[in-house]
Structure formats: structure tokens, C-alpha cells
Ligand binder design. Sequence first.
Ligand SMILES: Nc1ncnc2c1ncn2[C@@H]1O[C@H](COP(=O)(O)OP(=O)(O)OP(=O)(O)O)[C@@H](O)[C@H]1O
Length: 427
Amino acid sequence: MAQLFEFDDENLASKTESLALNEPYVPEPLVVEDVPIGGGVESRLAKSYEVPIDLPYQAGKRKKNVTDFQPIRVLGKGSYGKVILVKDKVSGRLYAQKQLKKASMVVNAKNYERTLTERTILERVKHPNVVKLFYALQDFDKLYLMLEYLEGGELFHHLSQERILSEKVASFYVAEIILALRHLHLHTGVIYRDLKPENCMLNRRGHLVLTDFGLSKVSTESSSLFGTAQYIAPEVIQGERYDTQCDWWSLGAVLFDLLTGSPPFTGNNNKKIMDKILTQKVKYPFYLSQDAKDLLIKLLNKKPDKRLNCDTNFNDKVKPHRFFRYINWQHIIDQNDVEQPPPIIPVVTNSELAENFDSEFTSMKITPPSSPIAHSVLEKIEDESRSNSTSSFIAIKKPTADNKYEESVYFNGFSYTHEDNLMELKG
Ligand SMILES: Nc1ncnc2c1ncn2[C@@H]1O[C@H](COP(=O)(O)OP(=O)(O)OP(=O)(O)O)[C@@H](O)[C@H]1O
């Protein structure tokens, strides 16, 4: 059995702290140096500590706008819009540009309060297993979030090739998800709430990175909730007060999926799935080991207070659990690829080809961004997003009168009022 390395919460905190306080970083274009296939551990390690962090603010440098990025290809589609691979025309650096149609982001007054709180909290999220936000830009009808480009694609893209994962392989990814969720819970107070396979992506080195966190929560009770019914905790479905425990249920559902090829409750519509989540017992396939089954039973407990809590039980119940016998937690925290290599190293021959993404998307035609308008409004925001890569913002359009919209921009808990920002509603 692999020896488990002891560490405590302070150790974890100081690790994430040191990432947050990284020394000045001179960005190197991600596209230049492709790791050759079979390039060996050393060549991967050469890039291993290239954790994308804040682009340093360079005084006097022209502000970025959407047209500074050349669209390359579509990577995927979410409920708010497309995600496109783009290249900074100056640095050659690649980003995943998440486009969000403003019209679909109108939020109601109740959610609005929560949104502001969440923006403030999300400002503090810095973790290697959580996607980084580099810039937040906008034009007339869309917001553009320039995210760390996760070249390995969705974990489940690789899973669909392998069908199911061995327990050893699954334990690696689950360990990385646990670290990301614990960071969100313990250091930022964020409940991820809709952990689902599509949000588990791999970076170039094969490490799992959670995407899309927080954004779905700023929406109204939207399709994002129903799109993920299979992984949602019973208490969330019932509309009860829920806390971080709901994420540990979702982790159980994702683990079940990794080990068996489908989530614990399925059905041809969401109502059926949700009924089953509330009322039915999980059926565990005979081929699961006792260790896997034991962990799943503890996570997929319908009573949140009886469910395994990986935050409070981490040191005494989770870390020593036999399901994690192949895991050296310190190596997972350190992302030590020599001692604990990621099980799947995504094949990337040329980053711009987006080889790990579905050709249904990568072959799509790209529509150029609409004409730049109101960029000046965001100058202050861009300044701040340079100095804080994980900042987030939201712009809300409120219909006023005579076919006009008033646009308010909220950024890290601050709101920017633009008296002059009345724009004609086109079309
Ligand atoms: N940072 C990223 N790097 C590379 N590809 C990404 C990145 N973020 C998202 N994608 C791709 O784009 C797809 C759509 O992502 P997006 O987050 O918009 O939608 P989603 O996960 O369905 O969530 P939702 O619809 O709830 O917003 C993902 O499934 C993924 O394939």
C-alpha cells in the first residue's frame, strides 16, 4: 500500500496561499512550446510549475478589448453561449473565451443580492484545480470571460473512450476534485452546487480542473439546474436549505459515473430522475470493490447530516479510506507528476487544433464578435482583472422605456453606474 503522507489543513492552506502569492510572473506564450507525444516526464515537468496566474499589470499598456483576440475554433457550447479558443494577437497566448449573451443573463432582484455576494467571494478563489479567469471583456451584446485554456478537454471525453475507469485511476481524479471543493468550501465559502462531469476538465498535464463554478449560480433558477439533475443532491431538489454537504453527494454521483459508466439514477426525463434521487436506493453493481462501495454509500447518503463530509472528516475518514490507498495526498497537493503522475496525459500535438474537443464543435464556423461598443465602460474592470485573475463580473441589462436598456455592471461586489450607458435596443 502506498504510504500516506501526513498533512493538515494549515499545510493545505499555506500551499494555496503560496500559489496566491506567486512571485511576479512573466507570461510565456502557451502555444510556442508543445510537449511532444511521449516527451517523457522531464519535458512535462519543465512546464509543470507553469501554473497560469495573474498577468502582471503593465502600466501604460493599452487596455485589452475583444478584437485583440483572434478566434481560432469553437471548443464547446454551454447554456449561455459558446466557448471559443482564442489567441492573443500580441503574445500568442491561448485562452478559452466563454461568451455569455447578456440578454440571457437578466437576473431578478432576489438573485441579484446573492450575485453580488458571490462575486466578492469568488474573487478569492485561487487553486490549481479551479479554472483561472484572466480578463473579463464585453461588447454590445456579449460578455467575454478569458479563461485558462484547458487543453485536455473534458475528463468524460477520455472516459467515453475508456468507458469506465479503474478504481486506481478514478481515485486520482476524485482526490483532485476533493482538494478543489475543500478549497472552495473552507477558504471561500463557495458551494459549487452543480458538480457534474462536463465541468471536470483536464489541463495539458492531465490534472483535473473544475470549470464553470459560480456562473450557473448567478443565473436565475435556469436550465443549468435541470441540465444536471443526475448529480444533484436530494436536499437541493427538495428546495431545502442546503450547505456544502450537497457537493459531497454530487461527488458520489460523479464517482459512481466514473466507475460504472452512468450516474446512480437515470431516466428519460428529469422528473423521473429527481423522483428516483429522492425515493430510490442506489443499486451498486456487483463488480465494485468493497472499498469503492463503502465510499459511495457514505457519499450518496440522502440525509446530508449523515453523509460523509470531506471537509470535516478529511483527516480521519477520507484520507485513510482504503479507496484512496494509491493516493499520496501530499503529491496530489503538490501536483508532483514524477511521484504521482496523472493517469491520462492528453495528446496535444498542436494546441490550436483542440484535438481533445468534440469535432461537432471544433468544425463549427466562427462568427466574429459584434462591433466594439462601450469598451471604455470597462476600462476600470480590465485594470482590476489584470491584477486579479480570478475576478468575476456580471453585466445586467434592465429594460427601461422606449426600447432602451439600462446596463449595470457589477464587478467583485462593486457596482458601476453608467448614466450615459443607455443603449438602443437593436432588432
Ligand atoms: N476553460 C476552458 N477550456 C477549454 N474548454 C472549455 C473551457 N470552459 C469550457 N470549455 C468547453 O466548453 C464547453 C461549454 O462550457 P460551459 O462552461 O459554457 O458550459 P457548461 O459546462 O455546459 O455549463 P453551463 O451551461 O452551466 O454554463 C465545455 O463543456 C467545455 O468543453
